[in-house]
Each structure stands twice: as structure tokens, then as C-alpha cells.
Design a protein around this ligand. Structure first.
Ligand code: AMP
Ligand code: MG
Length: 337
């Protein structure tokens, strides 16, 4: 007899990860490995090869770390989209074979919705506006009429991708976001009262939408003109994060909701977390952010969403288990409370 743990597989981009939730949907830390190219960006084929190479060792780790046998697993969830095709296919293939081998239900889930659900589970917030800031995605999302609706999003590249590309232009390998955060902090340490004079960048809010590529070009130009790199890192964060927080604030105003939840890898950034807290305090709302291991891509969030979907009667047949690179956040019916 199969057990009642749900195993989740994340493979949308640079990270391959297994995660678990127990019979009550409680999260357990993931077992993950991330491809970090020494030069250039993430190549989907290379990332897919990386995922295949690491999958069996990671599966062994997560079972051992939690003292489980394969017979304790009662269902297998995987990211069905959105993401890079070659990467998604490795996770889907692994999930199909585990499902067939163990004779347990398969459930393909929406990666973006998984970021929301792990945040709700970890932070105990109920009905938040999600600011989802990751490598490939930047969206402001809220639940309305049985779906998570995208109220605003980037019109060009994801905010994390922008930070990574800017960093790469200046010799910093992937992931660049955490290094930019450190450089911005050291600018603040040497300039406790910093000024944006001479460091202005285009402020790219278009209604409820955002854009980042112009911001990146302008930041590159400031460095070329001789502005200190650390100062530009600081200014880049201030502009990009303020734009996201402004759209999240407007989403609170339009929807009447009173919670903001941060998710995605860029939500690891302390300055973004602080800006969200300040904005929420000013509006008598609350700001929530899951632990960093659940902000970055992780298998646990996939397991959590799989658990919710299975509890509410959904599973995926082999025939429907194909990946969907372009899966939209509002494509997934939300049938759970
Ligand atoms: P994800 O796509 O959700 O896995 O997140 C990966 C992205 O998060 C990459 O673009 C990273 O540069 C970015 N990231 C991770 N940590 C930080 C940080 N502390 N500050 C800004 N960006 C970050
Ligand atoms: Mg993600």
C-alpha cells in the first residue's frame, strides 16, 4: 500500500529539486541542485542535461533525509509549466516513471501557483496579493473568482533576469541578484545618506505593468560613464523594487485585500522585503515572505500544490501529462480554500 506523503519535482529552469509534504500538507525542505554556468546565461539543453544527471542522487537524498521508503510516497507532483521546454520535460519524464513504477497518482501543477501556495502555507496568510519576482517572471497576482489573476506583469524580461544580465555585463556569474544586493549594501555603508542625483534611471511602471530592459540598458550606461558600480547597483535596486512595490500597492487598493506575499528568488532580497513592509505599514496591511529556501524554485512548493489539488479531486492522466511552456497563472482553476 502506498503511503500518504506527496513528492514534488521542480524543473522549470536552472534548478532540479525534489520536495515533500506530509499527509497534512506540511512542508519539508527540498533536495536541490542548481546549474550555475561559469559564463553566459542558462542554456535550456545544458540545464536539462544537468537535471537528468542529478535526479537520482537527489531523489535518494530526500528519501534518506526524511527517513522514508519509496512505499511512503502516495502521489507524485511535477511542474507542468511555465518554463523552458527541455527542462520541464526532464521533470515530467521523472514524474511519469515514478508514478508508473510505484503505481501512484500523477499530478502536473502550475509553477507560479505553487509559489503562492507555499507562501500561504509558510506565512499563514489567507488571501494575499502576491508579488512574484523571479528570474523569468514578474507578476502581481490576486485570487478573484476562483483563479489567481495576473493584475500586472513585466512587458519584457523578468526582474531576476534583468539583475542577472546586468551583473553578467560586469563580469559577475549567475545568479547576479545576490551579488548586486551585497554591492548595494556596501555603497550604503560608505554613503549612509545616499542620493539618487546623477544615478537616475527610467522608472518603468505602465499602468499595472512593469518593464525592465530599459532600466538595465540605462544602468549599463551609467557604469560606462564612470559612475561607481556599487552606486549603480544601489540605484538599480531602488528603481526596480520601487516599481514592483508601487504595482503591488495599487493591487491592494483595487482589490481591497490586506496582505502582500512575496515569492520567487528575488524575494530573497532584504531591501525588497523592507520596502514591502514599509508600504504595507503605511496602508495598514501586512507583508509576508516565506523563508528563502521556499522563495527560490523548490520541489516542496510543487509537492504542496500537488497535495492541495489531489485533496480536491484532481490528478493528471499520462495522456494529459505533456508540459506547457506557456502555462498562464490564471489557467489553473483554484478549487481549494
Ligand atoms: P527563481 O527564478 O525564482 O529561482 O529565482 C532566481 C532569481 O532570483 C535569479 O535571477 C537570482 O539572481 C535572483 N535572486 C536570488 N537571490 C537574490 C537576492 N538576494 N537579491 C536579488 N535577486 C536575487
Ligand atoms: Mg520560480
Amino acid at each position: 500500500m502506498a503511503g500518504d506523503w506527496v513528492l514534488g519535482i521542480e524543473s522549470t529552469a536552472h534548478t532540479f529539486s525534489f520536495g515533500l509534504v506530509d499527509a497534512n500538507g506540511k512542508a519539508r525542505p527540498s533536495s536541490s541542485d542548481t546549474l550555475r554556468p561559469t559564463q553566459g546565461g542558462i542554456h535550456p539543453r545544458e540545464a536539462a542535461d544537468h537535471h537528468v544527471e542529478f535526479s537520482s542522487a537527489l531523489l535518494k537524498n530526500i528519501l534518506e533525509d526524511n527517513d522514508l521508503q519509496s512505499s511512503d510516497i502516495g502521489a507524485i507532483a511535477y511542474s507542468q509549466g511555465p518554463g523552458m521546454g527541455a527542462c520541464l520535460r526532464t521533470g515530467a519524464a521523472a514524474a511519469r516513471s515514478i508514478s508508473t513504477h510505484l503505481n501512484i497518482p500523477l499530478i502536473g501543477v502550475n509553477h507560479c501557483v505553487a509559489h503562492i501556495e507555499i507562501g500561504r502555507e509558510q506565512c499563514g496568510c489567507d488571501d494575499p496579493v502576491l508579488l512574484y519576482v523571479s528570474g523569468g517572471n514578474t507578476q502581481v497576482i490576486a485570487r478573484l473568482d476562483g483563479r489567481y489573476r495576473v493584475l500586472g506583469e513585466t512587458l519584457d524580461i523578468g526582474i531576476g533576469n534583468m539583475l542577472d544580465k546586468f551583473a553578467r555585463n560586469h563580469g559577475i556569474p549567475f545568479p547576479g541578484g545576490p551579488v548586486i544586493e551585497k554591492r548595494a549594501l556596501s555603497w550604503l555603508e560608505s554613503n549612509p545618506n545616499p542620493s539618487l542625483d546623477g544615478l537616475e534611471l527610467p522608472y518603468a511602471v505602465h499602468g499595472m505593468d512593469l518593464a525592465f530592459s530599459g532600466l538595465m540598458s540605462a544602468a549599463n550606461k551609467l557604469v560606462r560613464e564612470g559612475k561607481p558600480f556599487e552606486a549603480v547597483c544601489w540605484s538599480l535596486q531602488e528603481h526596480a523594487f520601487a516599481a514592483c512595490i508601487e504595482v503591488a500597492e495599487r493591487a491592494l487598493a483595487h482589490t481591497g485585500k490586506t496582505e502582500v506575499l512575496l515569492g520567487g528568488g528575488v524575494a530573497c532580497n532584504q531591501r525588497l522585503r523592507d520596502m514591502s513592509t514599509i508600504m504595507c505599514e503605511e496602508r495598514e496591511a501586512s507583508s509576508h515572505c516565506p523563508p528563502r529556501m521556499y522563495c527560490i524554485d523548490n520541489g516542496t512548493m510543487i509537492a504542496r500544490l500537488g497535495w492541495l489539488e489531489i485533496k480536491h479531486g484532481r490528478s493528471t492522466s499520462l495522456g494529459q501529462s505533456g508540459i506547457d511552456q506557456e502555462m498562464r497563472t490564471d489557467q489553473t482553476p483554484v478549487s481549494w480554500p
